[in-house]
Design a protein around this ligand. Structure first.
Ligand SMILES: [Zn+2]
Length: 255
């Protein structure tokens, strides 16, 4: 064998590698361990300078090997389920904005499919969902009553074709400003016992917004029913709102 014959040299090298696999591997490992920091720095630098190409390559590879990678990933996920769950939870907690944006983008992109899927799910689980909703109602009577009342008001406003919308927070603020007491008789109220009264009734064109709401006890509310307040009552209402620091502008427009 002449030393300068490249083909022979290559063959010899291959043979050598095959025969000394273990030793070579051990030597590589030792080298890596001895020079770990330098290697990591070098790898990082290489990655930074070739980032675009590497990303393209890896995308290409993933596309070409999609099926095998899918199986590998499924096995990996199954094996590491608990650890992955914890990592994902920590990530969500640390990056709420990113997660929110990503979810919104995903929803936008797949809206129709997601809606169809949800509809199928709802129909298939109708009974369980009813039971769960009922249980929630039983465990959260105050919240349920408030939500129910608010949606009933929305419905009535829609039917009467009047404008406006109020939030739960706005209602609780009004209730607090009125000193947790009935606006008419002064009886003390809880969030549970207070009823939402539209000062100018919805059927009389009163808007369904915070400016038109006051707390009444149940008996005052049912006594008042849909009576339209007199002019004097309206002036008194506005004066009281202003004194309590609650807006009354919109209602003044209606009157
Ligand atoms: Zn009352």
């Amino acid at each position: 064998m002449t030393k300068r014959d490249p083909a022979k040299k290559k063959e010899y090298d291959q043979q050598y590698c095959l025969q000394n696999q273990e030793a070579i591997r051990a030597r590589h490992k030792a080298y890596y361990e001895a020079n770990r920091d330098a290697i990591v720095v070098r790898q990082k630098a290489y990655y930074e300078t070739n980032r675009e190409n590497l990303l393209i390559q890896s995308r290409q590879y993933r596309e070409e090997h999609r099926a095998e990678l899918g199986i590998q990933e499924a096995i990996y996920r199954e094996k590491n389920r608990e650890a992955l769950r914890i990592t994902a939870k920590a990530y969500r907690r640390a990056n709420p904005e990113k997660v929110k944006a990503k979810n919104a983008a995903y929803y936008q992109k797949n809206r129709d499919a997601l809606r169809a899927k949800r509809k199928i799910y709802r129909e298939a689980n109708r009974e369980e969902r009813c039971i769960a909703a009922k249980r929630w109602q039983e465990n959260n009577p105050d919240k349920y009553a408030a939500i129910h009342q608010r949606s009933e008001h929305r419905r009535r406003a829609r039917l009467a074709n009047v404008s406006g919308e109020y939030t739960q927070e706005q209602w609780y603020q009004i209730l607090t400003r009125y000193g947790m007491a009935c606006a008419k008789c002064g009886r003390s109220l809880t969030r549970r016992s207070a009823t939402v009264d539209h000062f100018v009734p919805i059927v009389a064109g009163g808007p369904n917004c915070a400016e038109n709401l006051q707390p009444l006890c149940k008996s005052c509310n049912s006594r008042k029913h849909t009576r339209i307040p007199t002019f004097e009552e309206q002036l008194a209402f506005i004066a009281r709102r202003k004194a309590l620091g609650l807006p009354a502008a919109l209602i003044a427009e209606v009157l």
